[in-house]
Design a protein around this ligand. Structure first.
Ligand SMILES: Cc1ncc(COP(=O)(O)O)c(C=O)c1O
Length: 394
C-alpha cells in the first residue's frame, strides 16, 4: 500500500529510467501516465478481498438496482436498441446541450480535454475525489488547491480569491461532496460564481450525488445560479442514483458551443455508452419523486447507522449532509498516519477503508483521516460493526 494521491508530481512519480527509455533515448511510456498512481480505492478493494475484509472503501452499492430500471434495460435489448443512441430524457435541449458518456468519469475527462489548453490552471477544492488528479494531468491543466476545512468543510474566501487569476480555465466543484459529505450553499456558490465571471472561467460541477442529501440540505446546481448557465459544465450519471455503477452511463450538460467541443472529444474517446442502457437511463430519469424520496430516506437510515457504528468504535466523525461517505478523524487511535491505520484495519480488524491522504495533494493533510462508505446492506454494515468493536477491546 503506497501513501500516494493522484496529483503526485515528480517527487512521487513512478520510475522513468531503465526499461521505460528506448535505445534512442525516448520514453517508452507516456510521461503523463507516469505522474499518477493506480486508484488507491481500487487497491483497497483488492486488499479487502485478499484479507476477507468488509469493503467499506469503494463506493459501490452491494444491494440490487431498482427492478423497473433493470426491466427497462431488458426491454431495450429485446427491442433491438442496438445502434448509436441520440437522446436522453432531461429538460435541456438534448440535441445541443447534452453529451452522454461512459459514466461521469468519461464526462469529466471529455469536458476537461475540451476546454484545457497548455498553461491553463484549474482550481481544485481539497479533499477531492481522486479522479480529478489524473484528469488534470491528462488534460494538461495545472491544479491550484483550495482547502475545505472541517467541521463544515467551507472554504476561506481569501484563499479562493487568490486561487483564481488570468490563467484559470475552470474550477472543479463536487456537490454533494465526496469524501466530505459537504453540500455547498447558495452563498458559497455565488461567491464562486462571481470569480468565474470575473475571470471568464468555467465551473465544471460533478453532481453525481445530487439526490443523496440529508437533514433538509438543498442541492443547488451551479447551472441554476444566476449568470452561470453558460459558464457551467454539469457532470452527472446513473451510477449512484440508480445503484448501477457498472452500467457506465453518465453525461455532461453545457452550452451548445461547449457541448460541441465536448462531443468531439467524447466521439474519439469512446463514441458512446451502451445504447440499451442509455434507453433504460431515459426511463430512470422519469421515475416519480417518490423514488428519490425513498432513495434519500434509505441512505439517511444507513448514514445514521454508520455514524453510530463508528462512534461506538471510537472514531470522531464529520457528519455528512450528502453523498454516502463519512470522513473520520483517527487521532484518538494513536497511529502514526492514515496509511498504517488503514493497513491495520484491513489486515487485523477485517474492514477496508480509504486512507485520507489519497484525497489531498500533500499526504500529510490527510494523515489523520480515513473515509468509510455506507452504501451497503444492513448485513454488510452489521458485519463491519462487529469487527470494528474489536478496536475498543484491542
Ligand atoms: C464524486 C464522484 N464523481 C464521479 C464518480 C464516478 O461516477 P461514474 O460511475 O458515473 O463514472 C464517483 C464514484 O465514486 C464519485 O464519487
Amino acid at each position: 500500500m503506497t501513501p500516494q494521491t493522484n496529483f503526485s508530481g515528480s517527487a512521487r512519480a513512478g520510475s522513468t529510467g531503465g526499461a521505460s527509455v528506448t535505445q534512442a533515448g525516448h520514453r517508452l511510456l507516456s510521461a503523463k501516465a507516469e505522474r499518477f498512481t493506480e486508484s488507491v480505492i481500487r487497491e483497497m478493494t483488492r486488499l479487502a478481498m485478499r484479507h476477507g475484509a468488509v469493503n467499506l472503501a469503494q463506493g459501490f452499492p452491494d444491494f440490487p438496482a431498482p427492478s423497473e430500471i433493470k426491466e427497462a434495460a431488458r426491454q431495450a435489448i429485446t427491442d433491438d436498441i442496438n445502434q448509436f443512441a441520440r437522446t436522453q430524457g432531461v429538460s435541456v435541449d438534448p440535441e445541443r446541450e447534452i453529451t452522454v458518456c461512459c459514466g461521469s468519469t468519461e464526462a469529466m475527462m471529455a469536458a476537461m480535454m475540451a476546454v484545457i489548453n497548455p498553461g491553463d490552471e484549474i482550481v481544485v477544492l481539497e479533499p477531492f475525489y481522486e479522479n480529478y488528479g489524473p484528469d488534470a494531468i491528462l488534460s494538461g491543466a495545472a491544479p491550484r488547491f483550495v482547502k475545505l476545512r472541517p467541521p463544515d468543510w467551507t472554504f476561506d474566501e481569501k484563499e479562493m480569491t487568490a486561487a483564481f487569476g488570468p490563467r484559470t480555465k475552470a474550477i472543479i466543484l463536487n456537490t454533494p461532496n465526496n469524501p466530505t459529505g459537504k453540500v455547498f450553499n447558495k452563498a458559497e456558490l455565488e461567491f464562486i460564481r462571481d470569480l468565474c465571471i470575473r475571470w471568464n472561467a468555467f465551473c465544471i460541477t460533478d453532481e453525481i450525488y445530487e439526490h443523496i442529501i440529508y437533514d433538509g440540505a438543498e442541492h443547488i446546481s451551479m447551472a441554476r445560479v444566476e449568470g452561470m448557465r453558460d459558464h457551467t459544465i454539469t457532470v452527472n450519471g446513473m451510477s449512484k442514483t440508480y445503484a448501477v455503477t457498472g452500467w457506465r452511463v453518465g453525461w455532461a450538460i453545457a452550452s451548445p458551443e461547449t457541448t460541441a467541443a465536448i462531443r468531439k472529444v467524447h466521439d474519439f474517446l469512446t463514441v458512446g455508452a451502451a445504447a440499451p442502457l442509455q434507453q433504460a437511463g431515459a426511463m430512470a430519469l422519469r421515475l416519480p419523486q417518490s423514488y428519490y424520496d425513498k432513495l434519500a430516506n434509505d441512505y439517511l437510515i444507513r448514514r445514521d447507522r454508520m455514524l453510530e457504528i463508528l462512534k461506538q468504535a471510537g472514531f470522531a466523525c464529520f457528519k455528512p449532509r450528502g453523498a454516502y461517505y463519512i470522513m473520520t478523524d483517527i487521532s484518538g487511535f494513536g497511529y502514526p498516519d492514515d496509511v498504517s491505520f488503514a493497513k491495520y484495519l484491513v489486515e487485523k480488524i477485517g474492514v477496508a477503508v480509504v486512507p485520507g491522504s489519497s484525497f489531498y495533494n500533500d499526504p500529510a493533510d490527510g494523515a489523520k483521516q480515513v473515509r468509510f462508505t455506507f452504501c451497503k446492506t444492513e448485513k454488510t454494515l452489521s458485519a463491519a460493526a462487529e469487527r470494528l468493536l474489536k478496536l475498543r477491546r484491542g
